[in-house]
Design a protein around this ligand. Structure first.
Ligand SMILES: [Zn+2]
Length: 330
């Protein structure tokens, strides 16, 4: 795959997005919800109560768990505060526009994602729910590959539901926890891509997903991997590290701990990320990070073949910034 970060995140749009809209939104958010965020006592992944403050960014405190190295925002917004953010934030709306404008470039990523999914689940899987389906691209690709699949998307955004319907993809405006109450034991698989990092209570949602699944059904999710080259090299200034958008930063071990606690087994993690070196290269180019002389030499001399090999190594050793987890309901 030859996709680069600039293909899917045009630099001018991204900079404008980050530097102007985001900070305007954040200021309004903090004024509106000052002292109204809620503390949680335990780690979102392993439930340890030994969590400590790691750093603050944009007025939010990021805590870390010394047991499993999960990073999470604490105190956290609740559902209604997040709803306000996603309905009113110009930054969130702008991010959606970028997603739509770069859809044709992203299609390569989505296709790979769907092919990987189908290769990793048994062939008998038929009834599939996508939680947080957005504009329905993943479901559309699934339908194209196998028209016999029984597919449904759910999303909290009315525009997403409309967009799915225009594509002929069945979609409901629903909260996953409410959906679970009416649809227990009915699905072979629940998939979600880049959703869990946004959730107020990932444990509660995974328990709901467990309820929705038939026995031996699969949950399949992608998310950022905090224990990765891009997150650890770029550090606190990383654009992907932001609240209240991203509240939860798991790593391959900690997402396994959480899934076990929610009634899943046979858990496997894959790091399919392909953008790490391209992202670090851009941060270095914009002088937003200080690399060691060795890495500066590699990036400044555009040592592409080395970087391509290095990217493959990151994936092989679960050290790339995006991970996918599959687990079977007990
Ligand atoms: Zn933990």
């Amino acid at each position: 795959m030859t996709i680069k970060e600039a293909d899917i995140r045009p630099t001018i749009l991204i900079n404008y997005n980050r530097e102007v809209l985001f900070y305007e939104d954040i200021e309004i958010f903090h004024k509106k919800f000052h002292n109204k965020l809620k503390y949680i006592d335990n780690c979102i992944a392993c439930d340890s109560n030994l969590v400590y403050n790691s750093f603050t960014k944009d007025g939010f405190t990021f805590q870390k768990c010394p047991q499993c190295n999960t990073l999470f925002v604490n105190p956290r917004p609740d559902e209604s505060q997040l709803k306000w953010w996603y309905s009113n934030s110009k930054h969130a709306q702008h991010s959606n526009e970028i997603l739509q404008n770069t859809e044709s470039k992203r299609i390569e990523l989505y296709e790979t994602r769907i092919k990987n999914f189908l290769n990793r689940v048994p062939t008998h899987i038929n009834k599939i729910l996508e939680f947080g389906c957005g504009n329905g691209i993943s479901l559309q690709l699934l339908k194209k590959i196998n028209p016999k699949l029984n597919l449904l998307g759910i999303d909290l955004t009315p525009a997403s539901v409309e967009s799915c319907k225009e594509k002929g993809i069945p979609c409901k405006l629903a909260d996953i926890n409410d959906f679970a109450l009416d649809n227990n034991l009915s699905y072979d698989a629940v998939v979600s891509f880049e959703v869990i990092e946004h959730l107020v209570n990932p444990e509660f949602v995974l328990n709901s997903i467990n309820t929705i699944l038939k026995k031996d059904g699969f949950v399949y999710m992608s998310m950022p991997n905090y224990h990765s080259y891009d997150f650890l090299e770029i550090g606190e200034g990383y654009r992907n590290l932001f609240a209240p958008g991203h509240l939860n930063y798991f790593n391959p071990d900690s997402i396994k701990l959480l899934l076990k606690r929610c009634g899943f087994e046979d858990i496997q993690v894959f790091c399919d990320g392909v953008l790490d070196t391209s992202i670090v290269k851009n941060y270095n180019y914009m002088k937003k990070i200080k690399l060691s002389p060795f890495w500066e030499n590699i990036y400044n001399n555009e040592n592409e073949s080395f970087l391509n090999e290095f990217q493959k190594l990151l994936s092989k050793y679960n050290l790339s910034g995006n991970m996918t987890v599959i687990a079977r309901k007990k």
